[in-house]
Design a protein around this ligand. Structure first.
Ligand SMILES: [Fe+2]
Ligand SMILES: [Fe+2]
Length: 282
C-alpha cells in the first residue's frame, strides 16, 4: 500500500486550511517521508489535525527550492535528513507575484540543523522510492519548460529551475511518479523516472504540473494528455499548480483514467504492491 496524506495544498477542505503550496506525507510500503513543506508553518498545524507526529518523520524530500515548497523548512524539528538538488538554494523571484521566492535558509544554516543530501544524482530514499536528481529536458513539446521564477528582482534573468526534481515509487503495477510543480515538464519528469529506475511502465502521476491556464497552455496540455494516454496511465492526482479548469479538461479528455483532486487534509490509499518482496529475518 502507498498512502498519501495531503498536509497542505492550495485548496481548503473542511477544517483544513489551504495555502499556495504543497506538503505531503508519503508512506511507501511502510517507509514514510515528507515531500515538501508548504509555504509557511501551516503544515505543522494541519499535521496535528491529521494526528501525524512530524517528529517521527526522519526524511524530508524537497522537490525544488521555491518558497511555496520550502518556507516550512525552518519549522522542521532538527536532525532530519533533507534530500534536495543543490541548485535549490539559489536566490530567485516569482514572475507572477513579483516577490522573493527562493529557499528560506542558506546551505550552511540548513546543514547546521540537519543532515543535508544535496545532489544532482538520483538517490534512494528508502526501499522502492527514489529521488530523481536533475531532470533532463528531452521531450519535444516540453523543451521550454514551465518556469515561473527569475534570478533577479527585476525579473529579467530566466531561471531554468535545474533543481526541479521529483520522486519515483516502484510498484508491481508500474511507477508512481511524484512532482511538486513540474517546472522541467511533467513528461520529462516521467522520462527521468523511467531512466532512473529502469522501469518503463507508469501506473500513476501526482502533483502540480504547472498547468494553470487552459487557453494559453492548450497545445502543451493536449500534448501532455496524448503522452499520458500513450503511456496508459491509470491514475492522476492533480492539484497545487494545476487549476480546476485544467483538471476538468483532463477529466473530460481522459475518461478512462481515474483523476483525483488534491486538497488539504485529504488522504489517498493506493492499492499497490512493492516491486521487491522483502524477506524479514526470523
Ligand atoms: Fe515551483
Ligand atoms: Fe509550487
Amino acid at each position: 500500500m502507498v498512502t498519501l496524506k495531503i498536509i497542505t495544498e492550495n485548496r481548503d477542505n473542511c477544517e483544513f486550511k489551504g495555502e499556495g503550496g504543497l506538503c505531503v506525507l508519503v508512506d511507501a510500503f511502510g517507509n514514510k517521508f515528507l515531500l515538501d513543506t508548504g509555504y509557511s508553518n501551516l503544515f505543522v498545524h494541519n499535521a496535528e489535525l491529521l494526528n501525524i507526529d512530524l517528529s517521527s518523520i526522519e526524511t524530508v524530500v524537497l522537490t525544488h527550492g521555491h518558497s511555496d515548497h520550502t518556507n516550512g523548512v525552518p519549522y522542521l524539528a532538527s536532525g532530519r535528513t533533507i534530500i534536495m538538488h543543490p541548485a535549490g538554494f539559489k536566490a530567485r523571484w516569482s514572475i507572477r507575484k513579483k516577490e522573493y521566492a527562493g529557499f528560506p535558509m542558506s546551505f550552511e544554516e540548513l546543514s547546521a540543523k540537519h543532515k543535508v543530501i544535496a545532489t544532482k544524482e538520483p538517490y534512494k530514499i528508502c526501499d522502492n522510492a527514489y529521488f530523481l536528481g536533475e531532470i533532463p529536458m528531452k521531450v519535444s513539446f516540453e523543451q521550454n519548460g514551465n518556469f515561473s521564477t527569475t534570478l533577479d528582482a527585476e525579473l529579467t534573468q530566466k531561471d531554468y529551475t535545474e533543481d526541479d526534481s521529483g520522486v519515483a515509487i516502484t510498484t508491481s503495477q508500474g511507477l508512481f511518479v511524484m512532482t511538486g510543480c513540474g517546472h522541467r515538464g511533467i513528461c520529462n519528469t516521467i522520462e527521468r523516472a523511467k531512466a532512473v529506475t529502469g522501469h518503463s511502465k507508469v501506473w500513476g502521476v501526482f502533483g502540480g504540473f504547472h498547468l494553470r491556464n487552459l487557453e494559453k497552455q492548450k497545445e502543451l496540455i493536449d500534448h501532455t494528455i496524448e503522452y499520458f494516454k500513450a503511456s496508459e496511465i491509470k491514475a492522476l492526482y492533480l492539484g497545487h499548480c494545476v487549476t480546476d479548469e485544467v483538471i476538468e479538461y483532463f477529466e473530460k479528455n481522459m475518461p478512462e483514467t481515474k483523476i483525483y483532486r488534491l486538497a488539504s487534509g485529504k488522504e489517498f490509499n493506493l492499492n499497490l504492491s512493492p516491486v521487491l518482496s522483502v524477506q524479514l529475518e526470523k
